[in-house]
Design a protein around this ligand. Structure first.
Ligand SMILES: Cc1cc2nc3c(=O)[nH]c(=O)nc-3n(C[C@H](O)[C@H](O)[C@H](O)COP(=O)(O)OP(=O)(O)OC[C@H]3O[C@@H](n4cnc5c(N)ncnc54)[C@H](O)[C@@H]3O)c2cc1C
Length: 394
């Protein structure tokens, strides 16, 4: 059979799944295309959930990934509110919760991740996570001026939520293991600049701490107890302590599952089965086994997977990239910027809150990343100059 005529089934119709479908069609695929998603909503984008949607600046409809017209033009069967429950790998079939059996020549796993939770969190009202549009809308209603919000986790998502809530006048405390927010993504220096922004907005930061236990009264959260014995009162708590790949439904599939779907350099998990986006853990030719949770990877890996399904595949070897928007500043990271990285400022000035820096290994020997701070154009130029010479952090 001509590969352009294959039946393709994509499980997960969000950023990575939908981009795979589009990339297939762009490359001339004319076979049957089915997209399946457990979410009942028309596919939407997640980055605005912690930014514009949480801030109340956007309506939910503004987060949709594609218009009705663009979805129709894809000429795909889009099955929403339909959860995959089993993969029969050798038969290339997927069974869903509703009993539907879908079989294809090629199956793409694009099921993303779910938020990690604190023990006992499910039984306490007022403790939230932020992954879906429903999560964001619920939390948005509760972010009222002077309400006490504790954000648990001071990585990218926790820091963003704290920034958005502080801008709304919420009384925010940001607690986490890192000494400063996003320490492990921005270096100590970058994290100290971000901490200064949080401080100016009135966010209380408690770094180097774990939450020991949630405090509650009659099933509703009242606060959190921290590892050093501190007690924080809270009206609402958001837990942003990382995520777990959505692979539970693949338990009996005989695929290699280990913190994601393990794939080769072409993102193939088994003959006829690929993984893409947040759920995929693949053998990056220069960085070893990696799994990236960022929006750009979802689109770019989708292009690589689509090409491989059609027989034009190449090993997928991107330079990781993510951005975050906090207090009106776009912060961009190409490559990796570990806590102990040394920064060499190439453009602008940190004192003016606009700069670009090359991140070097702690010995100052090799470039490992580019940090952009409110200067998207210059950041792109510096990234292009370094091109693929950015070394992985060992
Ligand atoms: C609040 C928030 C803000 C973010 N901000 C940024 C940012 O500023 N910059 C950045 O680079 N990245 C950001 N990200 C990360 C980025 O959104 C993700 O990397 C991207 O969404 C990954 O896309 P994906 O399609 O792989 O996974 P997802 O978007 O998680 O989609 C997976 C889909 O699979 C479906 N699914 C799961 N299990 C099943 C099943 N068994 N059967 C059927 N369907 C299933 C889900 O319903 C979901 O629609 C953010 C993420 C969040 C949550």
């Amino acid at each position: 059979m001509n590969r352009l005529d294959q039946d393709v089934l994509i499980v997960g119709a969000s950023a990575a799944g939908l981009s795979t479908a589009e990339a297939l069609r762009r490359r001339g695929h004319r076979g049957r295309l089915t997209l399946l998603d457990a979410d009942a909503n028309q596919p939407y984008d997640r980055p605005p959930l912690s930014k514009q949607l949480l801030a109340g600046q956007w309506a939910p409809s503004q987060t949709v990934l594609r218009s009705d017209e663009a979805l129709r033009a894809l000429d795909a069967q889009l099955l929403l509110d339909e959860r995959a429950s089993h993969l029969m790998t050798a038969a290339r079939s997927v069974r869903t919760d509703s009993g539907r059996l879908l079989t294809a020549d090629a199956i793409v796993l694009a099921t993303g991740v779910s938020p990690r939770r604190l023990p006992g969190q499910e039984d306490v009202d007022g403790v939230h996570v932020l992954r879906s549009i429903d999560d964001a809308l619920k939390l948005q209603q509760l972010l009222q001026p002077r309400r006490r919000l504790v954000v648990v986790g001071n990585g990218v998502l926790g820091s963003e939520i704290a920034a958005t809530a502080a801008t709304l006048g919420v009384d925010v405390t940001l607690v986490g293991r890192s000494l400063a927010p996003m320490d492990r993504q921005l270096s100590h220096f970058g994290a100290s600049l971000l901490a200064a922004k949080h401080e100016a907005a009135g966010v209380r930061m408690l770094g180097g701490r774990d939450v020991e236990v949630l405090r509650s009264l009659r099933g509703r959260v009242t606060g959190v107890a921290l590892s050093f014995g501190e007690e924080l009162a809270a009206d609402e708590v958001v837990v942003a302590i990382g995520s777990e790949p959505n692979t539970g439904w693949l338990t009996h599939s005989e695929l290699d599952i280990e913190d994601g779907v393990v794939c080769n350099a072409f993102c193939r998990a088994a003959p006829g089965i690929w993984a893409v986006g947040d759920v995929a853990r693949w053998n990056h030719p220069r960085r070893g086994i990696v799994r990236l949770e960022n929006r750009t990877n979802a689109s770019e890996q989708a292009i690589a997977v689509a090409a491989d399904i059609l027989g034009f595949g190449e090993p997928y070897a991107p330079i990781p990239y993510f951005w975050t928007d906090q207090y009106g500043t776009r912060i961009q990271v190409h490559g990796e910027i570990p806590a102990d990285a040394r920064l060499r400022i190439t453009d602008g000035d940190p004192l003016s809150d606009r700069f670009v820096a090359i991140a070097l290994t702690s010995d100052g020997e090799s470039p490992v990343g580019v940090l952009g701070w409110g200067m998207p154009k210059q950041t792109r130029l510096r990234r292009a100059e370094l091109d693929d010479s950015l070394a992985p952090v060992s």
